[in-house]
Design a protein around this ligand. Structure first.
Ligand code: THU
Length: 136
């Protein structure tokens, strides 16, 4: 039920995605340990490399709001906002998740609909990763 709610939040947020260059719209909904949900979407830029992904939008929004503990993120997206496949987070977003999330516990939910999704842990998506404890 909690997963369905998270996926719905991501899907409802998808139309806002700003993707005038790739036309590939992505949305994410991040579940914080305190139960709050932060959404984000991709925001592209005429200088292409300045674009930010949906996952990072959601994470940075939450971190700016003082949140540091996260349990799961739902991601959805597709060309012109039409979801036809499961949307997997890019490598940079996986690494940003690694900063704040427990690899073995954090769930990445790639959704086509609230009923049709694939879930993987961050550890499965980013094995043998480099994180904050490596610098301790
Ligand atoms: N994108 C995301 O926002 N998240 C992903 O997980 C994959 C890719 C965005 C970046 C760019 O705006 C567009 O999708 C095409 O790569």
């Amino acid at each position: 039920m909690e997963k369905e709610k998270l996926i719905r939040a991501a899907i409802d947020n998808l139309p806002g995605a700003y993707a005038p260059y790739s036309h590939f719209q992505v949305s994410a909904a991040l579940l914080c340990r305190d139960g709050s949900i932060y959404t984000g979407f991709n925001i592209e830029n005429a200088a292409y490399s300045a674009a930010v992904c949906a996952e990072r939008s959601a994470i940075f929004r939450a971190v700016c709001d003082g949140k540091r503990e996260f349990e799961a993120i739902a991601v959805c997206g597709g060309k012109d906002g039409v979801i036809t496949d499961y949307c997997a987070p890019c490598g940079v977003c996986r690494q940003v998740m690694r900063e704040f999330c427990s690899p073995a516990d954090f769930l990445v939910i790639m959704a086509k609909s609230p009923e049709d999704y694939v879930e993987m842990t961050l550890k499965e998506l980013l094995p043998r990763s480099f994180g904050p404890e490596n610098l301790a």
